[in-house]
Structures are given as structure tokens and as C-alpha cells.
Design a protein around this ligand. Structure first.
Ligand code: ATP
Ligand code: MG
Length: 208
């Protein structure tokens, strides 16, 4: 199963929540997931503690890697979802290990500049990651009825297109996040996208 790295140049753009919630949806869809916290702030561990699982065992199918290490080699049965600290260089271990890279962005003007710089770094270091695909830019905390956000989403599309990258379904701004609630379906679309990318042979094996 793939290794998915959540990475961005900026802090506070939703990397940790994207890693946590996407893996929760994957686990709910029957996929085994290992979450790897590469951020020295250990935000994922804090989330696990808030969710009542300080040992990192969130469910039968979802656990945090206790040693904080990326499984090597990647396991065939598990998704590995990696949370990273803000990144200014394209050579960090979480990126090196990725099959897919997801880049969260908040729809604000200054974030567009940081997004462009980060995608340029990914382009410039692409040769270091021959097997990695940047799955897309993921707008997070999006408020559709705010005109400024709709305009920013258009700009996100332009910046992403400049780098040949798609824009994934935006994750709405929601107070459900503060309760780590899955009720609003936040981040489900990203998990569904990953499942849709699974090779047919793996889907057949799962159905058998
Ligand atoms: N869809 C959302 N709706 C509302 N709040 C959100 C949403 N996504 C993230 N947040 C909030 O935004 C803040 C930053 O999110 P998060 O910690 O995931 O960002 P980060 O990129 O991992 O930050 P850091 O770089 O500090 O690790 C948190 O308070 C989180 O609860
Ligand atoms: Mg974080």
C-alpha cells in the first residue's frame, strides 16, 4: 500500500489534521494504516492523547508508529501516512519515502506565495524522488460562501496548474475539527481518492 506524505512550506495549514483524518477514513474503509509523526512538536501524538489513545493505538486498524520511524520497506498491507513539520527543502525524509505527496494550503493571499515556492522546491528536487507523485494541492479550512476564499481557490488552481498539479476537493472550515469528529465527512474525499488509486489486483485480493 502506498506511503502518503502530507507536506507544506507553511505551519498551521492543516498537515496534522489531514494526516489524522485521512487515515481515520482509510481505517474506517477497512484499510490498515500506520501514521508516522515526523514533526518534533509531536502533534499527532497530542491528537491521539486527546482521543484517549496516548499509546498511539487509535483503532484496530490505525496506529501511530511507536518509534516514529517510517516502515522500511513499506508494508504491502498497510497505508503509511506521514505528517511532517513545515518544510523549506525538498529532501526531508518524509518526502523521500513518499509514493504520493499531498500539499495542504489555506486559501489566503500570502499562502499562495508559500505554495508556489514549495511546489517549485518539489519540482527542483523531483529527481530525488523518481517514484513519488504529487497527488495534489488540498485547500483546507475553505469557506465557500466567502468570496475571498472562492477567489483564492481560483488562484490555487493557477499556481497548481503552473506545476502540472491538480487541486483536490477542498476541506471545508468546520468546528467539527475541534472535536476531531468524523460526522461532517471532512477529509473523506481524500481517503476515497487514495482508495480509487489502489491497483485492481489489491482490490480483488481484498474482495476474495
Ligand atoms: N477544516 C478545518 N476547519 C477548522 N479548523 C481546522 C481545519 N483544519 C485544521 N484546522 C485547525 O487549524 C489548526 C492548524 O491545523 P494543523 O495543526 O493540522 O496544522 P499543521 O499544518 O499541522 O500545523 P504545524 O505546522 O504547526 O504542525 C488547528 O487548530 C486545527 O484544528
Ligand atoms: Mg502539524
Amino acid at each position: 500500500m502506498p506511503t502518503v506524505t502530507i507536506a507544506a512550506r507553511k505551519g498551521g495549514v492543516g498537515k496534522t489534521m489531514t494526516a489524522l483524518m485521512t487515515s481515520r477514513w482509510l481505517a474506517r474503509a477497512g484499510r490498515d494504516c500506520t501514521l508516522v509523526d515526523l514533526d518534533p512538536q509531536r502533534g499527532l501524538w497530542d491528537c491521539a492523547t486527546v482521543l484517549g489513545c496516548p499509546d498511539g493505538r487509535l483503532t484496530r486498524r490505525l496506529r501511530l508508529a511507536p518509534d516514529g520511524r517510517i516502515p522500511q520497506p513499506p508494508t504491502a498491507r498497510h497505508y503509511t501516512i506521514i505528517d511532517t513539520p513545515p518544510a523549506t527543502d525538498g529532501l526531508m525524509p518524509g518526502l523521500q519515502a513518499a509514493d504520493y505527496i499531498v500539499v495542504p494550503v489555506i486559501p489566503e493571499a500570502q499562502e499562495m506565495l508559500a505554495l508556489g515556492k514549495f511546489l517549485a522546491v518539489l519540482d527542483a528536487t523531483r529527481h530525488e524522488r523518481p517514484c513519488a507523485k504529487t497527488l495534489g494541492v488540498l485547500p483546507v479550512r475553505y469557506v465557500h460562501h466567502w468570496r475571498a476564499h472562492r477567489e483564492c481557490l481560483v488562484e490555487v488552481g493557477r499556481v497548481a496548474a503552473d506545476h502540472g498539479i491538480e487541486v483536490l476537493d477542498p476541506v471545508p472550515h468546520s468546528q467539527a475539527v475541534t472535536r476531531y469528529s468524523m460526522a461532517g465527512g471532512l477529509w473523506r474525499s481524500l481517503a476515497s481518492r487514495l482508495i480509487a488509486l489502489e491497483p485492481a489486483s489489491q482490490s480483488a485480493a481484498r474482495a476474495a
